[in-house]
Structures are given as C-alpha cells and as structure tokens.
Design a protein around this ligand. Structure first.
Ligand code: ADP
Length: 487
C-alpha cells in the first residue's frame, strides 16, 4: 500500500495538486492559475476544460514516477460552480458558471416573490440567491442551445467541480459528494439524494444530476491510463467543509474562520440539521456510510479584499503585511471606524445595497489609524456573526482561524480580544488541502476515523488569548454599531 495521499484542490483562482505524507507533511506541490472570464458585469465564468487540463498536469507533476506510492486521492474544490458536459464524450458543453456569478438574480427574486424561500430554506438550509447552483443550471438550459440540445438527447450531465473532475478521472462516473451537493439547492439536508420536489421548482431534469455519495469512503477509482494504475478516490469535500475538517472542528460548537478575500465561518453542528432564524446557512459537513454531520455557515463578503483595496486603490500601504506594523504603531484607532461594505454586507446583515464608510475622521487621523481600523473591522464583523450563531443556539466554543489574512498576528489577537474567545491558528495554514487529505486517509482506512487522522496530521498551533479590558471592548463595539447604523 502506498504511503502518500494525492490531494487535488481545484480553487477559484488556481488549481493545485499536493502530495501529503500520512503525518500531514507536504512532500510536493504544483499549482496553476485559472483564467477568469468576465463576459458581462456580474458574470464570472471558467473554462471547465482548463480546470481539468491544469489539475491533471499538476497531479502528474507531483506524482512523477511515484504512482505506486499513492495510497488514495482526496479532492476539494470551489463550491456551487456549475459544469455542464456531454456524458458520452466527456467534453464541456458550455463555460462553467462560477459561484460569484450574479446573472440569475432576477430569477431568484421572482422565486422569492412567489413565496418559495421559506420552504427552500427549511429543506435545503440555503437561501434563494444566485450564489447556489440550481439557478445557474436553469440559466444554461434556458439560454445555451448546446446544453438544451444535449438535455433533449439525454446526454447532458450537470455537476459541481468535484463531480466534473471525477467524471474525467474515472472516464465517465457521475457522482457528487454530499458536502458539495448540499450547496446546490437541489438536495434536502435530510435527504440522501437530489429530490424531485426541489428539481421541479428549478426545472432541472433529475436525470442530468449526479448520484450523491459519501465525503469519505471508497468513492471511485481513476482510470488506468491516467497514472498507470487505478488509484482509489476516497475523499471529496467542498473547500469550506474541507477547511473545517482540516482545522479539526469535529465536535459540536467547534468553529473555524477562513480569512481570505472574504471570510467563511463554519460551526460544527453535530448530527442534527441546522436551522437558522438569522439567515445563516445549513450545510452538510461530512458523510460516511450515509451518516451526516452538519455545519452552520456564515460568510462575510469583504475581508482581505479590504486590505487589497487599501493597497491597490488608495495606495495607503505597500503590502498587506504592513497593516500589522501600522496597527502596532498606535495605541488605538483614534475613533476611526471602517465599515467594509464595499460590496454590500453579508451575514448576518444581508444588505446587498449597503456601501462602505470610514467614520470618525479628524485631523489626527492618518494612515495608521485607517489601517488599524480596517483590521479592527474584521473582529467587528466576526463579532456580529458570533452573536447571530449564538442566537441560533450555536455559541462558538473557540475560533480556529486560517486563510492569507490570518498571518497577521495583530488581527489574530484583536479577534481574541473582541470575541472574548481563545483564537487558535495552525502552523500549517493550508487547512483546505489538509482536510481533503484527512478525509481521503480515513476513507482509505489509513487512519481509523477523522479525529485520529486530524490528531496525526494537523501539526502545531499558536493560541491567542483574550486580554482586552471589557470597557475598551464595549466602547469599540458601540462605535462600530453606531457606524453601521449610519450606512
Ligand atoms: P484567497 O484564498 O481568497 O485568494 P488568501 O487566503 O490567499 O485569499 O488571502 C489573501 C488575502 O489576505 C489578500 O486579500 C490579502 O490582502 C490578505 N492578506 C495577506 N496577508 C495579510 C496580512 N499580513 N495582513 C492583512 N491581510 C493580509
């Protein structure tokens, strides 16, 4: 049996392959950028052929002559993005519609007006938003002649990105794992498969959809020709669920926050499907032998992108890391508050039309105050989400952070202070890929279960403990809520 795990991590801006040892160390990594297509404002597309070609090229590069050493494959991917392909030729029929794409906003608004949202939310844990897959599939059927004709011939296969990769890896398999399937609006949180009640609402023929399988176990096998031997695919998870597993959030209440371009926060919900009165999302975290674990999810649209904006648009800083020095150079932000609603506000406010603001400016306000206030806004937004999770009955037991922005020690400490919670950051921050490796290892029987695999593979952490005086914290939050009310 091989002693390494091949992870394919098909993200939004790049795709990667990594070779993990059973102790969680990365032996090799190969990465390729993906072309982003923006044909119209609000539209975002990928070339599914490019995703496959580059993922395979990366995989071949890290595997080299060592295919015999690969025990199993784990896949993780950008979620919600829809690929349409011909099930006979395995060729894409149209450009993939990416999760960020807003072209189906009108359709979603119409379905909402017709009163469908409460029932959809109750069954799927999701909202009627263009973000999720179903309306993207509907759009392709309505607007793309090639996709429609393939559907009429019975040759159309729809899937999210992991499903597409498995089709190519296996030479025609059509499956999706439960964590990815739970982002489509077509599978109930309590249902094992895509269901007619939901597919009828979006008018998606059930026959075009994959079979839903576990997130770990013996899920599929690669065709012989690709790596010279058939390699079992034993782990498949959407990127945020993978990061949650990679962070070891395996018990109810354990929470991870990924601070990248935006921020994604997931709390383990155990084996009861989550419900939310605060427009948080219910999602499948893992599934083994049909048994599910769930998570409650909230996302913040603007996180690292605010720092990019300070750098690239305002020219206030030369590098993202400089914000840390600037924040440390002063003892407070001098009443400056940044409301980072540059593309509206996500959970728990859900104000798509809101716009950003910098308040509390005086002649004493300079670069340092604004940079510090920008970092502070991460803790403020996270605090509001923590309150929403708590109001939904899911109080955070601690917070495990990752993503590019989590490298900022000042921000990590500020999160601990404002949340009054212990914040933990792993030394190895590639938690998404690690989560896929962990799932694949368990699926292949290399580790007995997820906790054991995380224990063996996760590595060291650094902890940040709350140290702020309560009065300072209260003052900060009062000022933040005042600024928020003003936009
Ligand atoms: P994504 O996966 O969404 O592309 P990453 O996880 O790579 O994002 O994180 C990159 C983001 O983190 C960028 O938006 C950048 O501005 C921000 N960032 C990176 N390093 C720091 C830092 N030291 N302090 C603050 N922000 C940072």
């Amino acid at each position: 049996m091989g002693d390494t795990i091949l992870v394919l991590d098909a993200g939004t801006t790049s795709t990667r392959a990594m070779l993990f040892g059973l102790d969680g160390t990365v032996e090799r990594l190969s990465q390729a950028e993906l072309t982003q297509h923006y044909p119209k404002p609000g539209w975002v597309e990928h070339d599914a052929g490019e995703i496959w070609d580059k993922t395979l090229a990366c995989a071949r590069e890290v595997v080299g002559e060592d295919a015999a050493r690969i025990a199993c494959i784990g896949i993780t991917n950008q979620r919600e993005t829809v690929v349409a392909w011909d099930r006979d030729t395995l060729e894409p029929l149209a450009r993939a519609i990416v999760w960020q794409d807003r072209r189906t906003a009108d359709l979603c608004a119409r379905l909402k007006e017709q009163g469908h949202e409460p029932e959809v939310q109750r069954r799927t844990g999701l909202l009627l938003d263009p973000y999720f897959s179903a309306t993207k599939m509907r759009w392709m059927l309505d607007n793309d002649e090639t996709v429609r004709r393939a559907a009429e011939r019975g040759a159309l296969a729809f899937g999210t990105v992991e499903s597409w990769l498995v089709a190519k890896l296996t030479g025609g398999g059509h499956v999706s794992d439960a964590s990815n399937a739970s982002r489509t609006l077509l599978m109930p949180l309590k249902g094992a498969q895509f269901e007619p009640g939901l597919s009828d609402l979006f008018e998606i023929p059930l026959a075009t959809l994959p079979r839903v399988v576990d997130t770990h176990g013996h899920l599929a096998e690669t065709q012989l020709a690709l790596f010279g031997r058939a390699i079992p695919i034993t782990g498949m998870l959407g990127d945020q669920q993978a990061a949650t597993v990679g962070q070891g959030c395996l018990s109810p209440g354990e929470t991870k926050a990924t601070y990248g371009t935006g921020a994604f926060i997931l709390t383990n919900q155990g084996d009861t499907p989550p419900t939310s009165d605060h427009r948080l999302l219910g999602t499948v975290l893992t599934q083994r032998d049909g048994q599910r674990r769930y998570a409650l999810e909230g996302s913040v649209f603007v996180a690292g992108s605010l720092i990019q904006w300070l750098r690239d648009t305002l020219g206030l800083i030369d590098s993202a890391a400089e914000t840390e020095e600037l924040a440390r150079s002063i003892s407070d932000s001098g009443e400056v508050v940044v409301v980072p609603a540059l593309s509206g506000l996500g959970a728990p406010h859900w104000r798509a039309d809101a716009r950003g603001a910098i308040t509390g400016l005086s002649f004493a306000s300079g670069r340092a105050q604004i940079a510090r206030a920008a970092l502070e806004s991460m803790a403020h937004q996270t605090h509001d989400l923590a309150e929403a999770f708590a109001a939904d009955g899911r109080r955070w037991a601690g917070l495990k952070i990752d993503g590019g922005m989590s490298a900022n020690d000042w921000m990590a400490q500020d999160l601990a202070d404002i949340l009054a919670l212990e914040v933990e950051r792993p030394d190895f921050v590639e938690t998404t890929a690690l989560g896929a490796a962990v799932a694949a290892a368990v699926g292949a029987g290399l580790h007995p279960d997820l906790p054991a695999a995380v224990h063996a593979m996760r590595g060291g952490v650094r902890r940040f403990s709350p140290a702020m005086e309560a009065s300072v914290r209260e003052e900060r939050l009062t000022r933040w809520h005042r600024a928020l009310a003003g936009i």
